[in-house]
Design a protein around this ligand. Structure first.
Ligand code: MN
Length: 260
């Protein structure tokens, strides 16, 4: 029975009616990263250093070194990323079975076109549940904002105003509380550079989604793309970070498996 399930999965992805969709943005030297106020430590952009390319440094092989932060591009925030989740798990401690889950896609694209400061609120989750039933156990809750289309334009992605404030959608305190207290999810995923809004440093508490989600042992996925190719219910998402010992996060390849 279970073997038949695996056989069906393989025949499905080999042209038998399942689509595998890449939810990962391209990682390169232009990949936008979070910039913090100057008093804080800063992450670094992705940079590649060529070691050899079929040349006198190594005639038969091509390889590079690279440097970047744990939180560059499409990446996973482990619970330990936030002080509230300090003892709730680093990337190497997350069981791999806890990185696969059903996708709950919340479409806020039209709303975010009008209001770039829009937040995912409990009403969005309740509307989704009215149509699809209760958010399933172990779900990745993915916020579709349209922000992925801005990824290659750092200014549009950050959307900073004349006062230096970033206007980017996020997740409200109340939605984070609902998802962690009333439902049993793996975490949230967003198209933006972080799982809190651009203005979230001014919220109470600051960065409420990070505070609440990681404090409950849940994860975050950022800089996702192709969420518009997913049904609002029914896809499966797999997100695999590098097994960095003690890592607070990691660049991640995220895929979705979709029927039809
Ligand atoms: Mn992060």
């Amino acid at each position: 029975m279970m073997q038949e399930l695996l056989n069906s999965l393989i025949s499905g992805v080999q042209g038998g009616g399942l689509q595998v969709i890449d939810l990962t943005q391209l990682l390169n030297e232009d990949t936008p990263i979070l910039e913090l106020p100057p008093q804080w430590g800063q992450t670094i952009k992705y940079k590649s250093h060529e070691i050899s390319k079929y040349d006198d440094r190594g005639p038969f092989w091509y390889w590079n070194n690279f440097e970047t932060g744990e939180h560059t591009g499409t990446h996973l925030d482990s619970p330990s990323h936030w002080a509230s989740g300090a003892d709730k798990g680093t990337v190497d401690e997350i069981p791999v079975s806890g990185l696969i889950g059903p996708a709950v896609v919340i479409d806020m694209v039209t709303e975010c076109d009008v209001n770039p400061d829009a937040l995912l609120e409990p009403r969005h989750l309740q509307d989704w549940e009215t149509r699809n039933g209760q958010i399933p156990k172990g779900a990745w809750v993915l916020q579709g904002t349209g922000w992925a289309s801005r990824f290659s334009d750092a200014d549009a992605y950050k959307n900073t105003d004349a006062e230096g404030m970033s206007h980017v959608p996020g997740i409200s305190k109340e939605a984070a509380e609902f998802l962690t207290q009333e439902r049993d999810i793996l975490g949230v995923g967003v198209e933006t550079v972080g799982t809190d809004a651009g203005m979230a440093g001014t919220f109470d508490p600051p960065f409420p989604n990070h505070n609440i989600m990681h404090g409950s042992g849940n994860m975050g996925l950022t800089s996702l793309t192709n969420l518009d190719k997913l049904p609002e219910s029914g896809a499966i998402v797999i997100a695999l970070p590098l097994k960095i010992e003690g890592g607070s996060g990691s660049p991640v390849r995220v895929i979705a498996i979709v029927a039809g």
